[in-house]
Design a protein around this ligand. Structure first.
Ligand code: ZN
Length: 594
């Protein structure tokens, strides 16, 4: 496509936009034309056209981070050839810093056209598809993030488009920049499945990479699980905060799975080998990401929206936003029958064991761990996912135990949704502040959680499993077991390699995360059984994910040969007590959704 043709498209777009957005004449609006027709170049081009912008100097910027991933990414590093023009005349443009450009627009409201290219990774953009993430695609105009935006995609023949954005004519619209970039898109050839719950439409989009196309997995069960999860969580909150929700699933090589939450969509990557053997575990990712549509996207710390993309935005509540989301992911699976009680208890037991073997639990609180999510950490560090999940469980069981099951964490979540989202602030609510969560839990349960929060959320006191688990007829058992000596480790993360140890001799390093043993994927669900099955003297290949250049986000896979040496440890796990009372059984069954 020539640039002339593109310009005429831009003009059409401008007309369409002014018809569809019904905005006041003076309102600044922005249209993005994304051209993805040249996968062979691994480059997409973006043309921004901006109308009604009064400023003489404008600054355009790429976000320094993506909502949901709390680290600075320098997304502008893949941007090149940035140019700007007005009335077909080039404008002076200067790069200000890593992510910003200054454009000398001059007087007058005439449309400004900005052109740039983005280099993509081969997995994200190739002959099959483009996986488009908002923050690494769309620049914003500083001071105008609340302006409405429209986007048009140009794709190779035969490709389709899936996104959570609302479609109008041939394009899509977003009420503001935050909405635009929180709506990823899958462009390519994919399968699409649809269902409705109440008046909400759901789409499940499956892009299966060419390399794994011939592999078979249980897609019927996966789709059924997605539907069960969506139904359960929507019912829990008494309705969905969107008319339409899109699950963007990518099936690729390998065994790992990960996801990122968005306003009314989620993008999830499934390693084909993993989903073939552990569909239950992978359903947990779906349950976690979907729950985020409420918890963090709408029930959120006040600083997380509207977003400041220029720097780290710290909150001490990620234990709630991420950890309690994991807790509800687990609860959803057991209450919908996707997991059995054993799976659920096993998952929580592994989290307890991982936390109890992490020495940082006595140093870093759940709040501090949340606050420092952005920072590079040396040595062991607790996870706000794990500790938050356990705080969710303990809070829930304490409320249930002390109210004779009349109140639960479900009541708290429903209250938070009513108060901070439905109560005002528009589609993303008003956000909560320091102290609000403790006050909400105390007032909903009628029990003071002040001391609990001081000790276990803001403090580093050992979690009160022995006091709280019995409310549901459980106890924490501590049993001697033999495990391989990979050094000092918690869960699958090695935090210390003692001098002269077998782990040091084998070549393990501090910070390594064990991902495979003899080609079998290690998950947070199966690691314990897998490790315990290894025999003294056995030769194994242990694949670890190792920090590269000291950064936690930049890792590489390393295979370590290890002749197994066993050592003793006390293993923590949740067990049922003998002869539970009727009260305990009532709480347990209600908790499990029986
Ligand atoms: Zn999450």
């Amino acid at each position: 496509m020539s640039s002339k043709k593109l310009l005429s498209v831009v003009v059409t777009v401008v007309i369409l936009l002014s018809l569809t957005l019904i905005t006041a004449q003076e309102r600044t609006d922005i249209t993005y034309n994304v051209d993805a027709t040249k996968p062979e170049d691994k480059t997409i081009t973006v043309i921004m056209s901006i109308n009604n912008l009064p400023d003489e100097d404008i600054t355009i910027s790429m976000p320094a981070w993506s909502p949901g991933s709390y680290h600075i990414e320098n997304l502008a590093k893949n941007v090149k050839n940035v140019t700007a023009s007005k009335n077909n005349k080039p404008l002076e443009i200067t790069q200000l810093d890593n992510q910003s450009w200054l454009i000398k627009k001059g007087k007058g409201n005439g449309s400004v056209i900005i052109f740039y290219e983005i280099t993509k990774e081969k997995d994200d953009f190739n002959e099959e598809h483009l996986e488009l993430m908002g923050p690494s695609t769309y620049m914003y105009i500083v001071g105008y993030k609340d302006s409405p935006a429209a986007v048009f995609f140009k794709v190779p023949d035969g490709w389709e488009i899936a996104t959570g954005l609302s479609s109008v004519g041939d394009g899509y619209i977003a009420r503001d920049y935050d909405t635009l970039i929180d709506s990823p898109a899958e462009l390519g050839k994919f399968k699409k499945y649809e269902f409705t719950i109440g008046s909400t439409k759901y789409e499940v989009v499956e892009h299966i990479a060419e390399k794994v196309k011939t592999e078979k997995f249980d897609n019927d069960t996966l789709l059924e699980n997605v539907r069960k999860i969506a139904k359960y969580q929507t019912d829990l909150f008494g309705g969905a905060p969107f008319d339409r929700y899109v699950f963007l699933f990518h099936f690729t090589e390998g065994r790992r799975g990960w996801g990122l939450e968005h306003l009314n969509s989620t993008s999830i990557h499934f390693g084909m080998e993993g989903i073939k053997s552990e569909l239950k575990y992978f359903s947990d990712i779906v349950a976690h990401e979907f729950f985020h549509a409420w918890n963090v996207k709408r029930i959120r710390p006040r600083v997380l929206g509207p977003f400041d993309y220029t720097k780290e935005i710290r909150t001490n509540a990620l234990w709630l936003s991420e950890g309690v989301t994991s807790y509800y992911g687990d609860l959803t699976l057991v209450r919908t029958g996707i997991w059995q009680e054993e799976d659920f208890i096993h998952s929580l037991s592994r989290s307890i064991d991982a936390l109890q073997y992490n020495p940082d639990r006595l140093v870093t609180s759940a709040e501090k761990s949340s606050w420092t999510a952005w920072d590079k950490k040396e040595g062991p560090s607790i996870s706000y996912y794990t500790k938050g999940e356990l705080l969710g469980m303990l809070t829930d069981l304490r409320i249930r135990g002390l109210t004779n099951n009349k109140r639960t964490f479900d009541d708290v979540m429903q209250f938070l949704y009513r108060w901070f989202v439905l109560g005002g602030g528009g589609s993303i609510g008003v956000g909560f502040e320091e102290g609000d969560i403790e006050r909400a839990i105390s007032s909903i349960s009628g029990i003071s959680f002040k001391d609990f929060f001081q000790k276990y959320v803001a403090g580093t006191v050992e979690l009160p499993y022995d006091e709280i688990l019995p409310y549901a007829g459980y106890k924490l058992s501590r049993e001697k077991v033999m495990i391989p000596d990979f050094g000092e480790y918690s869960g699958t993360t090695i935090y210390t390699i003692p001098k002269g140890s077998p782990a040091e001799a084998a070549g393990f390093k501090e910070g390594d995360r064990i991902s495979d043993v003899n080609g079998k994927k290690v998950t947070r669900v199966n690691y314990n059984e897998l490790f315990k099955s290894l025999k003294e003297g056995e030769e194994v290949i242990v694949r670890v994910s190792r920090k590269k250049d000291g950064g936690d986000w930049n890792r590489e896979d390393i295979d370590v040969k290890f002749k197994v040496v066993l050592k003793e440890k006390l293993e923590y796990s949740i067990k049922t007590i003998d002869n539970p009372s009727e009260e305990q059984l009532k709480i347990r069954n209600s908790w499990l959704g029986k």
